[in-house]
Design a protein around this ligand. Structure first.
Ligand SMILES: Cc1ncc(COP(=O)(O)O)c(C=O)c1O
Length: 327
């Protein structure tokens, strides 16, 4: 059963599921499959397409003249929001938060930043010494005073509307891929909507699949609590039973020095995926998440008979902005 909420078609669904034969052989553990949400199709694809398919109708319903959102400098969410606004003929303002110290200039100008501009979005950078929430509120007020009707999308498109996108992703996995019974899903857990929406989807579609989030920023306790609360909100929104606390599993060992800061594990994971499967992961999310999966396999967290589905949430656009990290 497909959930009945307002939805615009912004991407191509269902995304394919592929068997990672070379990597599965190489790691000599469980079979690994990949759900190609990097191929969702909006502005080079990624997980935000799914969320925006439900968020943008809400913006239109609220008579938005301008969509405002925020993210890190190389935010993929910002790029996909700017693209969705272009399609829907809405103005878009992107607020960028400088979370990375000592990054070279290319990080601030290329890849997602360049594409935001190409899609016609206005960009404002939050000064380093200013609190991001205060800065966002200030910009919202300025835009209202200028006569705009701004619609605010929270960081990562994570709220109960955005979560609908990943409830739908689980429907694709559970209902449209019946021939494969996956034991585990592994995904990057950031602002949380992808992870929490997947948990809500698991409950709604009565799946037994174990969902493992690899944190890209916060420690295990903070991230699990956040995901648990988001999942409860999502369940309330679609009126389904709440998750159990133990349904929320996060590993925080692969963040390294912080959000967006390159790690050796991430670089190894990206190179392995490129050289064995010719698939591009990204340095901030899917690269760290895949590093997590490799390590969990090494530590025998899974049985060899398990079938793992790695959700590739996109982001490879930012590889160019991170070329320096691979030198
Ligand atoms: C490529 C990519 N993967 C994963 C994530 C994490 O998704 P979420 O913010 O829903 O946790 C993001 C978020 O921006 C992303 O851009």
């Amino acid at each position: 059963m497909v959930l009945k909420f307002d939805r615009y078609k912004l991407g191509n669904f269902p995304t394919p599921i592929e068997f990672l034969k070379n990597i599965s052989n190489h790691l000599n553990g469980p079979q690994i499959f990949i759900k190609r949400d990097d191929c969702t199709g909006l502005a080079t694809g990624g997980n935000k397409t799914r969320k925006l398919e439900y968020i943008m109708p809400d913006a239109v319903k609220n008579n938005a003249s301008l969509v405002i959102t925020l993210g890190a400098v190389q935010s993929n969410h910002a790029r996909q929001t700017a693209a969705a606004c272009a399609i829907l003929n809405l103005k878009c303002l992107i607020i960028l938060e400088q979370r990375l110290e000592n990054a070279p200039d290319v990080y601030f100008t290329s890849s997602n930043v360049f594409l935001n501009k190409l899609f016609g979005a206005e960009i404002k950078v939050c000064p380093k010494n200013e609190n991001i929430d205060n800065f966002v509120n200030k910009i919202m007020e300025i835009k209202k005073n200028e006569g705009e009707s701004p619609y605010f999308i929270p960081v990562g498109g994570t709220n109960e509307i955005g979560e609908l996108g990943y409830i739908e992703c689980i429907r694709e996995i559970v209902q449209e891929q019946k021939e494969q019974t996956f034991t585990h899903i592994v995904l990057a857990s950031g602002s949380g909507g992808t992870h929490s929406g997947s948990i809500v989807g698991k409950i709604f579609y009565k799946s037994k699949i174990n969902i493992i989030g690899i944190s890209v920023k916060d420690n295990k306790n903070i991230q699990e609590e956040k995901i648990f609360n988001l999942a409860k909100k999502g369940c309330k929104y679609i009126r389904c039973p709440f998750p159990k606390r133990e349904d929320v599993v996060v590993f925080d060992d692969f963040v390294g020095k912080g959000y967006g800061v390159p790690t050796n594990g991430m670089k190894h994971a990206i190179k392995l995926m490129a050289q064995k499967e010719a698939i591009l992961l990204d340095p901030v999310y899917s690269g760290k998440a895949f590093d997590g999966l490799i390590n969990l396999i090494d530590k025998k967290y899974f049985k060899d008979t398990d079938k793992i589905l790695f959700i590739h949430t996109g982001g490879a656009v930012s590889l160019h902005a991170y070329e320096w990290a691979f030198e």
